[in-house]
Design a protein around this ligand. Structure first.
Ligand SMILES: Nc1nc2c(c(=O)[nH]1)N[C@H]1C(S)=C(S)[C@@H](COP(=O)(O)OP(=O)(O)OC[C@H]3O[C@@H](n4cnc5c(=O)[nH]c(N)nc54)[C@H](O)[C@@H]3O)O[C@H]1N2
Ligand SMILES: Nc1nc2c(c(=O)[nH]1)N[C@H]1C(S)=C(S)[C@@H](COP(=O)(O)OP(=O)(O)OC[C@H]3O[C@@H](n4cnc5c(=O)[nH]c(N)nc54)[C@H](O)[C@@H]3O)O[C@H]1N2
Ligand code: SF4
Ligand SMILES: [Mo]
Length: 686
């Protein structure tokens, strides 16, 4: 007889790498998640989640979910596997680690992980074992390295402003961030402010969804934001509209920047940002007329060879406008930095006997093909590098190597997992206990698992504890429970509010607001650090923000061969490459300006080849003046499908940003042509 199980709503947190880190209510019936909705108790996300996550339960139980461990039986990348038991999988994992270390040394092992799961415990779960084994180490640069470095050069560890402050601003600037797509809960504060008369300015090379709903869209040249920010500052100085008294009292080093701006020409500023002096002047006046301005800085604008400089110029402009002063409606937010904690309690660097080789994530292609001594074992978790890493043709060449053993711990059969020698099924956030903070707001939550693991899936934490024990390691980190590790970390955290209660055995699922949240107080006073216009920098880096040329975009040799610029921002229905399985076979669109469509005889809706010296890929052309002449925009990291084309990152470079060594995803030069007479992508000549 069929039993009627009662439905329960359980609190959880979206684990995806999204600034909103939403509070979620999962409806559970008989250990099955039947639906997901926003938790109305969450102070920032207020009961709303995006459409991607509303149907996440379909991903949990869908046909693409990995349910048991497998070993490869076909050629690399063919996706042919045979099921094995979890006991065999753990034994094989441990044996391969041991064998590789004994034969080639620990550094022949390369762990590669990122932020598929933002839970503090699971995100960092592999570090202990890899430190113990003395493996090569990944430098986690792939997302915000340049932006983070740009911020801290001038602002030190000052947190960003609470996004809620924008509700009472009279001017909100979305600078290099597609709020409606990648930070959608911030939109509610923008809407409230606009109901009271506030204006929204969007600064972006193309008319994205947010720009479409703005009062003013400034179509800056990609990579040219320092031109705009410094141009505004130069104009305000020329008009004597900077509060020098405030600068003397709260900041240091402004004189150096002012001297530079006096010398810099308007022509050069125009050349860098592509905006006329009159446009810059009217934006400057808008800023000056609205002391209650909130600048939301995105990470997108930092993904090019001048990305760090762009962030530096914007924060310096914000400081010169007094936006760190904490008056009503004033704010600057890049990353909230709401909580800090001792990550050594999660990563255990003390287990390493020596400092081992470092590999930048942006250089995975190099690491797997050219690095000496070679990587012999690649272990991937919480990431899909074949789709998300730059220069993915090189990554693929590496994954094809017969002498490379690849282990992928995954939830679904991603393009990377297809190349694995050993695949291990991973739990989703619904099957884990973990603690989540957010980088776009100031809330934290610790939540229990909502359901038991599906199939034979194991969490990152459990997997690494199992493999460590198989290797005979019984040191403290490897015998810890989830609860012990969480408690240890929480005991080191800063930003916890006074009412914070923590019972790791029974997490209360309450949302706590950080004490580092600053409202109505100057950042310099609250954190006791002056804003520095002139930063302490390494040799070869300018101490003040200044104008510079782009690398690939301004390279004459490449301009002649590959006349179009390409940027690759996120898609509304994917989270980086997560959810790519929902769009299998879909190559995605590329926006092309009508002038360029004419020039290269491209029609709306037709398939086109995008090509450069790194590789080629197919997209569907969308002819639109949303972009600017000379600029192609390809939203979304659609998965590679072998019969059609590799993904869009086949076109991007392993070159890194000016500071922070981040990738330059938004700075590729390409040529475009119709797929036309070619029956398939493979026939197109190199
Ligand atoms: N739906 C959805 N949401 C996401 C993600 C996703 O893939 N999909 N990804 C998540 C992750 S990991 C991150 S890091 C964040 C990233 O989110 P954001 O910080 O918003 O960064 P991007 O999305 O890369 O780019 C944002 C905007 O920057 C613009 N841009 C590119 N180059 C320049 C430039 O030189 N100057 C200026 N002014 N603008 C430029 C792009 O056109 C784009 O509209 O979003 C998160 N949220
Ligand atoms: N061209 C271009 N490339 C980009 C970007 C861009 O804007 N343009 N954005 C870049 C940015 S900002 C980022 S952050 C990176 C993101 O790169 P990644 O961190 O690789 O992000 P995802 O594509 O979301 O892939 C995460 C994978 O982890 C898996 N996963 C989720 N949770 C778990 C878990 O608990 N355990 C395990 N083992 N696996 C799990 C998911 O199924 C998913 O396949 O991509 C970068 N790549
Ligand atoms: S992806 Fe972002 S907006 Fe969507 S549920 Fe997760 S945190 Fe919220
Ligand atoms: Mo990211």
């Amino acid at each position: 007889m069929k039993q009627n199980f009662p439905a329960e709503y359980k609190k959880t947190v979206c684990p995806l790498d999204c600034p909103d880190s939403c509070g979620i209510l999962a409806k559970v019936v008989d250990n099955r998640v039947v639906s997901l909705k926003g938790d109305p108790d969450h102070g920032y996300t207020n009961g709303v989640i995006c459409r991607k996550m509303r149907s996440y339960n379909e991903r949990v139980y869908g046909k693409d979910r990995l349910l048991y461990p497998m070993v490869r039986t076909g050629a690399k990348g063919a996706g042919e596997f045979r099921r094995i038991s979890m006991r065999e999988a753990i034994a094989l994992f441990a044996a391969k680690l041991k064998e590789t270390k004994e034969q080639f040394g620990g550094e022949a092992i390369l762990p590669f992980q990122y932020a598929g799961n933002m839970g503090v415990l699971n995100r960092n779960a592999g570090y202990g074992l890899y430190n113990k084994l003395g493996t090569s180490r990944i430098i986690e640069t792939i997302c915000s390295a340049a932006a983070g470095e740009g911020w801290s050069l001038h602002c030190s560890s000052i947190p960003g402003s609470p996004p809620e402050v924008a509700e009472v601003s009279s001017l909100i600037v979305a600078w290099g961030i597609n709020v409606r797509v990648s930070n959608m809960h911030f939109w509610q504060y923008i809407s409230k402010a606009r109901k009271n008369g506030a204006q929204l300015v969007v600064i972006d090379p193309y008319r994205n969804e947010t720009a479409r709903s703005s009062d003013l869209h400034l179509k800056v040249l990609p990579g040219g934001d320092s031109g705009l920010a410094l141009g505004v500052l130069k104009f305000l100085l020329e008009e004597e509209k900077i509060d020098r008294q405030m600068l003397v009292e709260q900041t240091t080093g402004f004189a150096e920047l002012e001297a530079y701006l006096q010398k810099e020409s308007w022509h050069q500023i125009y050349k860098v940002c592509g905006l006329e002096k009159e446009v810059i002047a009217s934006f400057a006046s808008l800023l000056k007329d609205n002391p209650a301005t909130f600048i939301r800085i995105g990470i997108g604008l930092s993904r090019n060879s001048r990305g760090g400089m762009s962030v530096r110029a914007i924060v310096c402009l914000a400081a010169a406008l007094g936006l760190f002063s904490g008056q009503t409606g004033q704010g600057v937010l890049l990353s909230s930095k709401a909580y800090t904690g001792d990550t050594d309690r999660l990563r255990f660097p003390e287990l390493a006997e020596k400092e081992t080789r470092l590999v930048n994530m942006a250089h995975l292609g190099h690491a797997l093909t050219t690095l000496e001594p070679p990587v012999k074992l690649l272990s991937v978790y919480s990431s899909n590098p074949l789709t998300v890493a730059p220069d993915s043709g090189m990554v693929r060449n590496g994954l094809m190597r017969e002498d490379l053993f690849t282990i992928v711990h995954e939830q679904v059969m991603t393009p990377t997992a297809r190349y694995a020698d050993l695949v291990i099924p991973a739990t989703t956030f619904l099957e884990n206990k973990d603690l989540y903070t957010g980088y776009g707001h100031f809330y934290l939550g610790c939540v229990d698992r909502v359901i038991e693991p599906v199939g034979e899936a194991v969490s990152n934490f459990d997997l690494y504890q199992l493999v460590a024990r198989e290797l005979g390691y019984i040191d403290a980190p490897f015998s810890q429970t989830v609860e012990q590790r969480l408690s240890e970390y929480v005991s080191t955290m800063e930003g916890l509010p006074e009412n914070f209660e923590f019972d790791p055995d029974n997490p209360d699922g309450r949302w706590y607001q950080s004490s580092r949240q600053r409202v109505g107080q100057s950042a310099m006073e609250m954190f006791q650090v002056p804003f520095r216009f002139s930063a302490h920098v390494k040799q070869g880096i300018s101490s003040i923000p200044c104008l510079s040329e782009g690398d690939e975009f301004d390279d004459k040799d490449l301009c002649s061969r590959f006349p179009l610029k390409l940027i690759i921002p996120p898609h509304a229905d994917m989270l980086n490459s997560t959810f790519g399985e929902r769009y299998s076979g879909n190559v995605g669109e590329v926006l092309i300006h009508p002038d360029d469509a004419d020039k290269y005889t491209i029609s709306d809706g037709e398939k086109v080849i995008l090509q450069n010296f790194r590789g080629k890929t197919v997209r569907c052309a969308k002819v639109s003046s949303d972009t600017q002449p000379g600029l192609l925009v390809a939203e979304g990291l659609y998965w590679q499908s072998d019969d059609q084309s590799p993904g869009i990152n086949v076109l991007t470079s392993q070159k890194t940003t000016d500071i922070g060594a981040g990738p330059t995803f938004h700075e590729s030069r390409v040529a475009i042509r119709q797929l036309g007479e070619f029956q398939s992508f493979r026939e197109v000549p190199e």
